[in-house]
Design a protein around this ligand. Sequence first.
Ligand SMILES: [Zn+2]
Length: 123
Amino acid sequence: MSDDAKRVPCTSCGAGILIATADRNEGQCMKCKPSTDQSMPKSTQGENPIAGIFAGLFLIGLGAGLYYLFYLLESGGIGSIRLPGIIIIAYKLSGKWIVSGLVGILGVFLVYVNILDVLRRKK
Ligand SMILES: [Zn+2]
């Protein structure tokens, strides 16, 4: 029974495992041990940072487009156009600088975060 003395319970499922195995797997049996082979960076989550950068650029363009649209609205250039109600409400509540600025800032933020992600992956 000297074999039992060399076994410790797995920290996850409680199964008896060899101390040598526990040492290798941070106290877990072969079944429970997190596979080190697929240790992808958790932050990426399968997202494509390049797509994120383009989405950010799109938002920046959208912000500029919204500002131009509000400018046309104010000058009476496009009185007949139908805008989504949420955009009109946001515009009436806060003004064109705030609405287009927030969209643009969101875009800049998205580009910034995803460029950082690309740089991190290159390491
Ligand atoms: Zn286990």
